[in-house]
Design a protein around this ligand. Structure first.
Ligand SMILES: C[S@@+](CC[C@H](N)C(=O)[O-])C[C@H]1O[C@@H](n2cnc3c(N)ncnc32)[C@H](O)[C@@H]1O
Length: 217
């Protein structure tokens, strides 16, 4: 693919994601559109587009020096791979996601397992495939904690992200949330967290995704 074609594909998929995030597109139609874009530009390309690169890079500055990290909602494993790469070899990495296959020609679980295998070459790594809200899963993750850094990017409903914050927030010294701008559930929870008086920072230059970080000090 030429750079121009890649850029065009990236723009199309980003536009679709904006519509999906603002609930202005039916999820079924979104998946169909991504399938078509995926045929044009390749599924691996789409799997790279879960984060705004600028916001994510700023979040990674808070991962530097961390010795352990937990991610709730890993999809293909792209974000946890970058988080892991930011830490020293030998650091502990824990990823949680539902067994998941999407409609864009990608077997997400297979790709996630593949990325987790790569992370495991650098240090102790655990993958939990299950509902992050399940008591047994919370307990299993707690047994591996506490964590220097926790990234919450799983169930985006208000109740879901609130449960993840209540269950996993206490396990992290620094806790980051994704999608704090345009996702109604994450936006609402993030504003509650801010009002609770924690020291926080927001990275929102994409104007449509947004990362919020809570420091527990
Ligand atoms: C936006 S994606 C995560 C993207 C990933 N963090 C990245 O940037 O590469 C959200 C993920 O959360 C997972 N998820 C949603 N609800 C969940 C739940 N209750 N338990 C565990 N994972 C969940 C979905 O399967 C999906 O893979």
């Amino acid at each position: 693919l030429s750079a121009a074609e890649t850029e065009r594909g990236r723009t199309i998929v980003n536009c679709l994601r904006i519509l999906a995030h603002t609930s202005q597109i039916d999820p079924e139609l979104f998946v169909q559109c991504v399938e078509v874009a995926g045929r044009d530009v390749g599924p691996g390309f789409i799997s790279e587009l879960e984060q705004d690169q600028g916001e994510f890079a700023k979040m990674l500055t808070h991962v530097t020096g961390c010795k352990s990290a937990l991610e709730i909602g890993s999809r293909y494993g792209c974000s946890i791979q970058r988080i892991a790469a930011q830490m020293e070899p030998g650091s502990l990495v824990v990823a949680v996601d539902l067994p998941y296959a999407d409609g864009a020609g990608v077997n997400a679980e297979e790709k996630l397992r593949e990325n987790i295998r790569k992370i495991a070459e650098r240090g102790p790594t655990h993958l939990f495939l299950g509902d992050s809200h399940a008591t047994s899963l919370v307990e299993a993750v707690r047994n591996l904690g506490p964590f220097d850094f926790v990234f919450i990017d799983g169930d985006h409903s208000y109740e879901g992200v609130k449960a993840d914050w209540e269950n996993y927030g206490p396990m992290g010294k620094v806790v980051a949330f994704h999608d704090i701008i345009n996702n109604a559930g994450c936006f609402r929870l993030w504003n509650e967290v801010k009002k609770a008086g924690y020291r926080t920072v927001e990275y929102t230059e994409s104007m449509w995704l947004g990362i919020g970080i809570v420091f527990k000090d």
